[in-house]
Design a protein. Structure first.
Lengths: 205, 226
């Protein structure tokens, strides 16, 4: 499922070092191009429903599609979902050095990046109790500047780091590390297109 | 240009019965084909409409027609049949306003015979807040000649935060005129034949922008025929 280069020991060691330094990591060209393209096609054809909360301090407006990977289903998103609950867990555990297991709820979420999407400050840990590592698979055909909004901000009082929309990347976050849980998504101010599949891993029991 | 206020259940400000007022409005309309009338309604009507709107749910409204997209909240209040109850308190006045008084007033101002747009058997109350917008469009449709906006917005904010109505050049980008939301205001603008693009840019502030929007219809004439 992964880009073959990520299975090489030297590549894994390099990723381990980067992750250990900040407890977060963006992996570029994480998957074979054809797979990423198939996921994008599938997501474009999936109805992302709007969810909102009107609140001056804790509001959000997102377009979201939830899917549960089917057993034996050959749909590209189901294949990704099953990989994330099996070989993917093992690979991320090796990379992070943590004992990890799949989450009880197999549901994966896709957030559609589009004009007017935003999310005020929230705590990713509170939203997914028990989650140790959060991941995001970005499938945005073209990146855009931070001024357009839609770059995920990690907060620790101030902005610790921004994770912008990207093509075929895998982001990993250690949610127990300082500054990794608090997030904010500034409002996207123009018509763009992008998708992010999110989920996470629990500690292995 | 003559117009007389109906005696029963007035919905418009009584000053429209003054020929001098109507003459000024007519002249302003003739010059710009766009008009804002402040304090346009009978005393208390804007408050009653606002309060009734706030007592009812707005539904999320998302539209994507051709390249025009919109995201805001909307409440539809249908005009009841005779004897049918409505939970929207001032529905009878809203119906009177939109089906009778506004067409008569705007006909007098514009010099065109106008009536409520076909199919408008109720009012659409739109609510914009942070994350709401309406892309550039012209309102062109069927026999629509004039658009109206009944302003029910008490909040005020700078245009840099979005949510002000903007009229645009044909490039649909250059702003020609910007109109702040108002309370008790009546905004009128020509749809046909000018077909001026307009939009409500993305609102970035947590405010409450409420308006009742509709169209007045009449006989379509080509440019220079009216």
């Amino acid at each position: 499922m992964l880009n073959p280069r990520l299975g090489r020991p030297d590549e894994l060691a390099q990723l381990q070092g980067r992750f250990a330094a900040t407890r977060r990591l963006r992996i570029e060209a994480a998957f074979p191009e054809a797979r990423a393209a198939a996921w994008l096609t599938a997501l474009r054809g999936s109805e992302h429903e709007a969810y909102q909360r009107v609140d001056p301090d804790a509001g959000f407006q997102v377009w979201r599609f939830g899917f549960e990977p089917g057993v034996g289903c050959e749909h590209p998103l189901c294949e990704l979902g099953r990989w994330l609950r099996a070989d993917g867990v093992a690979w991320v555990a090796a990379l992070t050095g943590l004992s990890l297991g799949a989450e009880p709820n197999p549901m994966l979420l896709s957030d559609k990046a589009c004009k007017a999407a935003f999310r005020d400050g929230y705590d990713a840990r509170a939203e997914a109790p028990g989650r140790v590592i959060g991941f995001a698979v970005h499938l945005t055909p073209g990146p855009w500047p931070v001024e357009w909004g839609g770059h995920l901000e990690l907060h620790d009082g101030d902005v610790v780091e921004r994770f912008g929309p990207a093509w075929n990347t895998l982001d990993l976050f250690d949610l127990s590390a300082p500054g990794q849980g608090r997030r904010r998504l500034p409002m996207i101010d123009r018509h763009v297109e992008g998708y992010t599949i999110t989920g996470g891993f629990h500690a292995s029991s | 240009m003559s117009w007389s206020a109906p005696d029963d259940a007035p919905t418009l400000h009584p000053r429209f019965a003054d020929p001098a007022v109507m003459r000024d409005l007519h002249d302003e309309w003739a010059a710009t084909r766009r008009l804002r009338v402040v304090d346009a309604f009978a005393p208390g009507l804007a408050d009653a409409l606002f309060e009734a709107a706030c007592e009812h749910q707005f539904a999320f409204f998302e539209k994507h027609v051709n390249e025009v997209r919109a995201v805001f909240w909307r409440q539809l209040q249908r005009f009841p049949e005779a004897g049918e109850p409505s939970s929207f308190g001032p529905i009878a006045k809203a119906q009177r306003l939109c089906e009778v008084d506004l067409p008569r007033l705007v006909s007098a101002i514009s010099g065109q015979a106008l009536h409520a747009s076909a199919g408008a058997n109720g009012i659409a109350i739109d609510y914009y807040t942070r994350g709401s917008y309406l892309d550039a469009h012209t309102d062109q449709g069927a026999d629509r000649l004039v658009a109206y906006v009944i302003g029910l917005t008490r909040d005020s904010w700078p245009h840099e935060d979005g949510g002000h109505l903007e009229f645009l050049e044909a490039d649909e980008d250059t702003v020609v005129e910007r109109i702040a939301p108002g309370f008790g205001t009546l905004d009128l603008f020509c749809i046909y034949p000018l077909l001026r693009p307009h939009r409500v840019p993305l609102l970035r502030r947590s405010v409450t922008r409420i308006s009742i929007n509709g169209w007045l219809a009449g006989e379509l004439k080509g440019p220079g025929e009216d």
